[in-house]
Design a protein around this ligand. Structure first.
Ligand code: NAD
Length: 353
């Protein structure tokens, strides 16, 4: 029996997670959940942002649904004791090497994008970002003055197994979608990128039903603005994925709509909205719960391989938007919002039937 550890966290985290858990219970009643603490609330209760006991439960469950962490109450703490450390620790300890960030423009929300409606109509892409290697972790790194000249360096390094496992996630993901992987690289100047491309091409041979194309990261950044609907799965090393996934997110124009998944070995996965704990609206029933609810869809798809139930959740969200329900962040103007957190959640439940 699958068991999910729910870590609502701080600020709007518990508010949106309540709605997400209700949706999970409705579409997958056999899935059991248990709750734990992470972030500021864990600091208050346990003195640390993620206790060893909670981490052990996360490892035992393997699948985690997380709200958001942080807030002004904990901003004055030393960097290594802050709520975000709990997030970093759980991602690292579960060896979550693949970060998946879908960016879909729901037809009812085309006007929320900063781009023209014609440029975003039909956008439905997913960025698959390598999360535990590359420039952010490579050695040597740091300050390294030489001959009296101040100097600093980082190293972009990838091993074949690291590239192969993230490429496999991208191809598997494309198989469930439109069968196109666009590999983002900078092989014209970086040896590590040329090597990355070689490994991706070798891996592609195991997926003859998926089309692989390569695109330089600089031109990909331009094409995302000009013709985003053409993309399906974008496969990126850590650095490029960090930037490209934020650009893709902006195309949708609504932080409250964006889910994410971080996948690891042995079927482990952490599912969390892209947004933070939004202390400015916490406790006001104003947060959009749809990102958290769409995390449930990602959990069902990528964590439990229950594609039909995942689709049911996405269709319910689509229906609620088509019916015209809007929280403040996705309303044309905040004062014409017609649904708070609970109302949006209730409407999704109604759409699920
Ligand atoms: P944020 O994402 O919390 O908020 C940015 C803006 O978007 C705010 O105006 C907020 O009201 C709005 N917003 C965010 N989510 C929303 C939702 N679901 N519905 C409606 N509006 C929404 O980012 P921030 O303000 O930079 O950070 C606030 C706190 O969250 C900080 O403590 C930060 O460290 C933390 N944070 C946590 C995570 C995480 O847990 N993964 C990510 C980012 C920031």
């Amino acid at each position: 029996m699958p068991r999910i550890l729910v870590l609502p966290g701080d600020g709007i985290g518990p508010e949106v997670m309540e709605q997400a858990c209700a949706v999970l219970a409705r579409v997958a009643p056999d899935v059991e959940t248990e709750a734990g603490l992470i972030g500021g609330c864990a600091i208050n209760a346990d003195g640390v942002p993620l206790s060893d006991a909670t981490l052990a439960r996360a490892k035992a469950c393997g699948l985690i649904l997380l709200g958001a962490v942080g807030g002004p109450k904990w901003d004055q703490l030393a960097p290594d004791r802050r709520p975000e450390k709990g997030l970093l620790r759980i991602r690292k300890e579960l060896d979550l090497f693949a970060n998946l960030r879908p960016a879909s423009v729901f037809s009812a929300l085309e006007d929320a994008s900063p781009l023209r409606r014609e440029a975003v109509q039909g956008v439905d892409l997913i960025v698959v970002r390598e999360l535990t290697g590359g420039l952010y972790y490579g050695e040597p790194r740091g300050r390294a003055d030489q001959d009296g000249v101040r100097r600093a360096l980082n190293t972009m390094v990838y091993t074949e197994p690291e590239v192969e496992r993230i490429a496999r996630v991208a191809f598997e993901t494309a198989r469930r979608r439109r069968h196109l992987v666009t590999n983002i690289h900078k092989a014209n100047v970086l040896e590590v990128s040329a090597f990355w491309n070689e490994v991706v091409e070798a891996t592609a041979k195991h997926y003859p039903d998926v089309t692989l194309e390569h695109q330089l990261v600089d031109s990909a950044a331009m094409v995302l603005l000009r013709d985003a609907p053409r993309f399906d799965v974008l496969l990126c090393p850590n650095l490029f994925g960090d930037i490209i996934s934020d650009e893709a997110a902006m195309i949708t124009g609504s932080l409250g709509m964006l889910p994410s998944a971080s996948l690891g070995v042995e079927g482990r996965g952490l599912f969390e909205p892209v947004h933070g704990s939004a202390p400015d609206i916490a406790g006001q029933d104003a947060a959009n719960p749809l990102a958290a609810i769409l995390c449930v869809a990602m959990l069902l798809e990528h964590g439990l391989s229950r594609l039909d139930e995942a689709e049911r959740v996405r269709e319910a969200v689509q229906k609620v938007l088509d019916q015209g329900y809007r929280s403040a962040d996705i309303a044309r103007a905040p004062d014409i919002a017609n649904a708070g957190t609970q109302e949006m959640g209730r409407r999704v439940m109604e759409a699920l039937g």
